[in-house]
Structures are given as C-alpha cells and as structure tokens.
Write a protein that binds this ligand. Structure first.
Ligand SMILES: Cc1ncc(COP(=O)(O)O)c(C=O)c1O
Length: 297
C-alpha cells in the first residue's frame, strides 16, 4: 500500500522534516480511515445495541471512543519516528518511509531527470553491505571498499546515491548512450514484452540492427556477430584473429583488463597480479610493459 502526501517537498526539506511529514501523513490517513469505522460503530450503537445498554449513547462514551481512536492513530505509526533508517530522503524529489512490511509513504514530484521506475530501497546501506559480504565473492571488486557507494539511480551522465548526492560518471562501462535513456528503456521494455529468445530464429530486428551497424563499417566488414558482454566480444575477437592469421600467440599490455573469462584473464595482468597464488603467464601470451609511471603521474 502506498500513501502520497498532498504536499510537494521543497529543496530545503531536511531528513528530519521528511520523517515527521511521513509520520504525520500516516497519522492523518489512519485517523481519517478510522473515523469512518467510528461512525459505523456509533450508528450500530444507536440502531441496535442501545436497547441493551443505554450508556453506549452518552457523550462521555463517545469521547472515550474518540480518545481511543486518536491514541491508536498517533501510536501505530510511531515506528517511523523510531526507525529513522527506514526513511529514504532525497532532497526535492522523493521521501519514502517503509512502514511495516507493505506500507510506503512517499512524497514525489517528477523532474525531467527523475527515474521512470520504482527506485525504493529495501535495505539500509549497512544491511546491503552485510549481505553482499555474505553472498557476493570477495574477489568481485567493490569500489571504495572502505566506504562503498550505494547507487540507487542513474540518469544521463550522473549517478545518484541514497542521499541524492549526484556523481558525474566518468567510468560508465555499461550504458553507452548515457544512463537510463528513456528511448532505450522503452525499446528494451517493448522487446522483452514481445519476445526474448536467441538468434537461431528469424526476427526482423536481428537483421535491421545488423544492417544499420554494417552501414557504419567499411564494406569488407559487413557481418555482425552479436555478443552479450565485452568478455564474449574479446574472446570472439581472439578466435577471429587466430582463424584469420593462423597464429596463436598474443601481445597484451601490462596492467590491462580484457574480461573475466579464462582466455582473457590470461591476458589481463591487472587480474592475475591480484591473485593470492602466483599465476604463471601462459607461453602464448607476451606482456608489453607500458610506462605506468607516466600514467600515474
Ligand atoms: C576494457 C574492458 N574490457 C573488457 C571488460 C569486460 O566486460 P564485460 O563485463 O562486459 O564482460 C571490461 C569491463 O569492465 C573492460 O573495462
């Protein structure tokens, strides 16, 4: 269940303000809905039960019922004030407070750079880190391990953390036309909704894209081999080069990274320099050193 507060957040809204507003909105929603219940109970007393007990019709009894209703209304959502951690606050955009397991209160308004999709966080940053440490192997790199970033949404050239701090993404190796491009999102969504299967069947889009790509390449490079990742593409490039030249050996730059599959880890000194057991560079791989001092300076 989701409740939207009627007020739009303003830029200066603080986290505390967000928490209080989330609390008051749940209080208001609870009081409003329980007042209908109270009216129904009251009518029941008037029409049925007063014949058994006249005191049910007195003002004092109704004041008592209202007091109970207000106490329940203010006490039920008190966890929002206690569990600060559950409140997600993004200045000027979203405030969300998961209440219990299924109730969210949100204050939102749409900017152009707002994500189209649900970006609610399920866990606190600490819990995410704790679960990552349990379930994700330590050899999978985590940037800024001493204080890792939680990135909750990305748009264009920027990434945003859970506090809505904005980071210019200078690494981006996933989204090629900027993050979360609405046209790309929609086309992926449409295709996934229609069918997602392999290239062993005929499909118009397979050839439409191949034709478009080949128009950007020299005439001799006309055919397109689709892959899912850079690792697969690099592995394929090695196979093609070996097939074309008939040679087997490979030159690789020192400190380079080419992908996570075996053929590429062999070429990625960046990877095997980090391995606990010393790893022998295979005979067919020849490492060319680069002027790392120059790059580091
Ligand atoms: C230069 C380079 N080559 C290859 C890869 C492997 O890419 P993928 O994870 O898509 O297999 C990466 C990924 O970071 C990369 O930076």
């Amino acid at each position: 269940m989701v409740a939207f507060t009627p007020l739009r957040p303003v830029t200066k809204d603080s986290r505390l303000f967000c928490v209080i507003r989330a609390y008051l909105t749940v209080v208001a929603t609870t009081l409003l809905s329980s007042s209908f219940l109270l009216q129904a109970v009251s009518r029941l007393f008037y029409s049925v039960f007063h014949t058994y007990r006249r005191s049910l019709l007195t003002w004092n009894f109704h004041y008592f019922l209202i007091a109970v209703q207000w106490t329940v209304g203010f006490l039920t959502p008190i966890t929002i004030l206690i569990n600060y951690d559950h409140v997600i606050h993004r200045t000027d955009r979203i405030m969300a407070s998961p209440f219990g397991n299924g109730f969210h209160i949100e204050i939102t308004h749409n900017d152009n750079d707002e994500s189209e999709f649900d970006i609610k966080e399920l866990y606190t940053r600490e819990k995410t880190l704790q679960l990552r440490n349990i379930y994700i192997p330590n050899c999978i790199e985590l940037f800024y391990r001493h204080s890792p970033l939680t990135i909750v949404r990305c748009q264009g050239t920027y990434m945003y953390d859970q506090l809505e701090n904005r980071y210019l993404d200078c690494i981006n190796n996933v989204a090629h036309v900027g993050h979360c491009h609405s046209y790309v999102n929609k086309q992926i969504y449409r295709q996934m909704g229609a069918c997602a299967t392999n290239t062993r069947y005929l499909h118009d889009n397979t050839v439409i894209l191949a034709e478009k790509l080949s128009r950007t390449l020299p005439e001799s490079l006309q055919q397109i081999f689709y892959t899912n990742s850079a690792s697969e593409a690099n592995d394929l490039a090695i196979r093609l080069a070996r097939g074309f030249t008939g040679n087997y050996d490979i030159l690789a730059l020192d400190n380079a990274y080419h992908g996570h599959i075996s053929t590429l880890v062999e070429l990625s000194t960046y990877k095997f320099k980090k391995m606990k057991k010393p790893t022998k560079i295979p005979e067919h791989v020849h490492i060319v050193s680069i002027m790392i001092e120059f790059i580091n300076s």
